[in-house]
Design a protein. Structure first.
Length: 81
């Protein structure tokens, strides 16, 4: 299997998971820990400095466009329509 094909499969798997979470909806919780803003949605929490919706269900039209693995860190690019 080619690397391009593996990336496409990964993008499709991530997109499927995102679509399922958006369909389920759920509150987005924003807290502060040790001076850092932490965002929790769909059971996952991570530090973040961006803006966020109040409910995961508001993310309709989110499309994963690219996956990049750099030094063990996976970076997703996406668009929202």
């Amino acid at each position: 299997m080619s690397i391009a094909s593996e990336k496409e499969q990964l993008i499709n798997a991530v997109q499927s998971h995102i679509d399922r979470l958006v369909a389920l909806g759920g509150a987005v919780e924003v807290t502060e820990r040790q001076g850092m803003r932490v965002v929790k949605m769909a059971g996952e929490a991570c530090p973040c400095g961006g803006t966020h919706v109040k409910d995961v269900g508001e993310l309709t039209g989110l499309k994963v466009t690219k996956v990049k693995n750099s030094s063990g860190n996976i970076r997703l690019s996406y668009s929202v329509s």
